[in-house]
Design a protein around this ligand. Structure first.
Ligand SMILES: C[S@@+](CC[C@H](N)C(=O)[O-])C[C@H]1O[C@@H](n2cnc3c(N)ncnc32)[C@H](O)[C@@H]1O
Length: 256
């Protein structure tokens, strides 16, 4: 579990929140009474839920005290809890468990998804988005760089920090437990000022476990500089001067 920096995370708030809206717009629930946003981070996804269903009671739950501090500061009217989504219990059950960009940080997705389904009402919904970019140039370069003898011995944990499963895995898991399961993937093309923007983006999320494994800021800068060198030609500058950073995400919505 990485150290979270809410301000760094929010540098790309609009790009990071777009999948929240895309997931929200595919949930067919007229008026959920109670909603839980698990892995709510700095409250951006929870606020989108509150605006979408202003009559509902919405709680944001996150394991990181820093993220909950930021959520409380930015959205004082919200309801916030520090908690672990994998053991969190809804009492009473909620109509919607929503989770945007959290599940990849926990292992054992079969057990966790069953646990989350147990927290919803008989007509309730589980709606999840997870990154699905593990075959991307960037991810491959991070893994290869981490295997460099200069870093390898300290990177075993970091390489295991993120869990990813296929659409088929989630379908096979959820289909026997749900009336209906919708799954889809979207590739977002983020417009960034240059290849350094990709490191800035990732520094707050997927790169975190690798950077946390290093001892000093100097080492972290060296790791980032080597990474930048490895991937920078993979994102050619467009005539506008910007680069396009593709990022694939997997969504699923299960109706009990
Ligand atoms: C990438 S942020 C997502 C924030 C927000 N949901 C959004 O849509 O932008 C992932 C969040 O998941 C939280 N997280 C990771 N593991 C968790 C767990 N087991 N239980 C609750 N939150 C967790 C992290 O603390 C972090 O705030």
């Amino acid at each position: 579990m990485p150290q979270w920096d809410a301000d760094l995370y929010l540098q790309f708030a609009s790009e990071r929140t777009q999948p929240v809206f895309d997931l929200l717009n595919r949930i067919h629930l007229r008026q959920p009474r109670r909603i839980a946003d698990l892995g709510c981070g700095p409250g951006n996804s929870t606020e989108a839920l509150r605006r979408h269903w202003p009559e509902s009671s919405v709680v944001g739950v996150d394991l990181s005290a820093e993220m909950i501090r930021k959520a409380r500061q930015d959205y004082p009217a919200g309801t916030w809890m520090i908690g672990d989504a994998t053991t969190w219990r809804a009492d009473p059950p909620v109509d919607l468990v929503f989770s945007n960009a959290m599940l990849q940080w926990v292992p054992h997705h079969a057990a966790v998804c069953r646990h989350l389904l147990d927290q919803i009402t008989p007509e309730g919904v589980l709606a999840v988005q997870v990154p699905a970019h593990y075959d991307s140039v960037l991810h491959r370069e991070i893994i290869e760089l981490s295997r460099d003898p200069a870093w390898d011995a300290r990177m075993h944990q970091a390489r295991r920090a993120l869990t990813n499963e296929s659409p088929g895995f989630y379908y096979d898991l959820l289909a026997p437990l749900a009336k209906r399961v919708d799954l889809w993937e979207t590739t977002y093309y983020h417009v960034l000022p240059g290849p350094e923007g990709v490191v800035r983006w990732f520094r707050a999320t997927g790169l975190r476990p690798f950077l946390d494994a290093l001892d000093s800021d100097q080492e972290r800068s060296r790791f980032e500089a080597s990474l930048l060198k490895r991937y920078s030609t993979s994102y050619p500058r467009r005539p506008s001067g910007s680069i396009l950073f593709p990022f694939r995400r997997l969504f699923f919505v299960a109706y009990r």
